[in-house]
Design a protein around this ligand. Structure first.
Ligand code: MF3
Ligand code: CO
Length: 266
């Protein structure tokens, strides 16, 4: 595969495979969100994910990745990422739950995440998820050839902080393709030294790069804490958190969002 500055440039065939992998991923996420309601234990979403993967004939990418035990990350309220689905975590009215998953199809992987509301949620919770989703959209709007990578980071950070929210720094977006995590890292903040004469730096974006943009925001602080299970990552002050992620292809004009259910035609 061709590379630019260590980043794979995908050809149209590879992009088509990624379109299907991400279409399946989005189809599963849609079904998970449709099943969010009070009283459901989060292990139910793992079972649903496993069942849909079986029916689609694909493998859930996360399961076994660095030993991650499940197909799905299911992160409730103050858990920002890598929450284990559990029979003991039962959704209640007002919870917000982030689903993150990907499937492997013909050697390439999907990756997408979204936050869902359980019944009526607080204004603060709604604002948090809505701003995180908008950050993702603003990031995607900067994801085009001719721009530098940190233009995405700057757009996410600027809007999140203008809305009084905190951007998680210990985890970032990434290139995605045959592997779940490829170069480049896609931070949701401009790293130290990342501005060059007032302009966002980082590598120049090129057509055919595929990246997962994934803002992770919290209400109280950017600081996180990994639980003793080695995965479950909570906001240190136990405030609410949200996570939205799309896999996108860099193009000359607008980025193409791959993780849309319409890309999988069952
Ligand atoms: N979407 C997450 C990421 O991009 C999922 C990784 S969870 C893991 O990093 F279990 F696969 F590690
Ligand atoms: Co990701």
């Amino acid at each position: 595969m061709k590379k630019f500055r260590g980043v794979f440039i995908k050809n149209e065939h590879e992009i088509e495979v990624l379109r299907v992998a991400n279409g399946m991923t989005a189809t599963i996420l849609d079904e998970l969100v449709a099943n969010v309601r009070p009283g459901v234990p989060t292990i139910y979403f793992e079972e649903l994910t496993q069942k849909m993967c079986r029916e689609m004939g694909v493998r859930p990418t996360f399961q076994g990745y660095y030993g991650y035990p499940y197909a799905l990350c299911c992160s409730v309220n103050d858990t920002i990422i890598h929450g284990f689905p559990s029979k003991d975590i039962i959704l209640k009215e007002g919870d917000i739950v982030s689903f993150d998953m990907g499937v492997e199809y013909q050697g390439f992987t999907g990756d997408s995440a979204r936050t869902a509301f359980c019944g009526e949620v607080s204004d603060a919770a709604r604002h948090l998820s809505d701003v995180t989703k908008k950050c993702l959209e603003l990031g995607i709007a900067e994801a085009h050839a001719g721009n530098n990578l940190y233009a995405i980071s700057a757009a996410v950070q600027r809007y999140a902080e203008a809305e009084g929210l905190h951007v998680i720094r210990d985890f970032v977006g990434h290139g995605v393709g045959a592997s779940l995590h490829e170069k480049p890292e896609v931070p949701n903040f401009v790293p130290r030294g990342g501005m060059v004469n007032g302009i966002p730096g980082g590598i120049p974006l090129k057509s055919g790069m595929v990246i997962a943009i994934e803002p992770m925001l919290a209400i109280g602080t950017h600081e996180v804490e990994v639980m003793p299970d080695g995965w479950t990552t909570k906001i240190k002050d136990r405030s609410l958190s949200a996570h939205w992620e799309h896999s996108v292809v860099i193009r000359q004009g607008e980025a193409e969002i791959l993780s849309l259910a319409s890309n999988y035609k069952g």
